[in-house]
Design a protein around this ligand. Structure first.
Ligand SMILES: Nc1ncnc2c1ncn2[C@@H]1O[C@H](COP(=O)(O)OP(=O)(O)OP(=O)(O)O)[C@@H](O)[C@H]1O
Length: 206
């Protein structure tokens, strides 16, 4: 996927100014940068949720995108189980089995019948992670995916995504450099706005 000369201005504030970057078709890319530098705006442009003023994004249109937003965005009036099943398109029985499976994989077996308001913050985040994996795709956009999780749980979730979404491209926004180092094949150190690449760290450079 290729981002070429992307520009975007909000009410006179330039967040993207001819920003270019190229991503591999699989693996984990971490975007690390200070609050407000434009990371979420970039993800939203890739997802097609935000328009841009100039430039182009090549390749993303062909990919099924699973977007884990910075906020959980769970439906408050249904259970954790139904939140996960809602993104599935099989038979009701199959969807229920799949939802059960993904909730178990994030360590929430037995909690599926609870509504989001009955869960802890970390549990709600895990429901959102389960939903993201259940939906699946060739591109995962993940905005601070492991916020609110303790270190052990975070490590388990990283391992789960590396296994279950091994063939996908995962673009992960994080403020936690240790987290980036743990999971990334490539880390982009960003600054801004407007977003610029200060450094690129590759785990296994060719
Ligand atoms: N809809 C909007 N309208 C106006 N300004 C916006 C809008 N969305 C973002 N911005 C501005 O664009 C800049 C980049 O925001 P963005 O959310 O992309 O940053 P970020 O790097 O993801 O920050 P954080 O890490 O805190 O989530 C910020 O200064 C923000 O105020």
């Amino acid at each position: 996927m290729k981002i070429q000369n992307l520009s975007k201005t909000y009410n006179g504030k330039t967040v993207l100014d001819q920003f270019s970057v190229e991503f591999p078709s699989a693996g984990t890319v971490c975007l690390f940068g200070p609050s407000g530098c434009g990371k979420t705006t970039l993800l939203n442009c890739i997802a097609g949720l935000e328009s841009f003023d100039a430039g182009a994004i090549e390749g993303a249109g062909d990919m099924k995108i699973s977007y884990l937003f910075q906020e959980n965005r769970l439906l408050p009036w249904v259970s954790a189980h139904e939140n996960v099943a809602a993104v599935l398109h099989g038979s009701a029985k199959n969807n229920a089995e799949q939802a059960e499976k993904w909730l178990a994989l994030v360590g929430l077996e037995g909690a599926g019948s609870k509504r989001p308001s009955e869960l802890s913050g970390g549990m709600r985040r895990r429901v959102a992670l389960a939903r993201s994996l259940a939906y699946g795709g060739s591109l995962y956009l993940m905005d601070e995916p492991f916020q609110g999780l303790d270190a052990q749980c975070r490590d388990e979730m990283i391992a789960l995504f590396q296994k279950q979404a091994a063939d996908a491209l995962k673009i992960i926004v994080t403020h936690d450099f240790q987290e980036a180092q743990m999971m990334a094949d490539v880390i982009y150190i960003l600054d801004g706005p407007p977003v610029k690449i200060m450094d690129k760290i590759e785990k296994n450079p060719a």
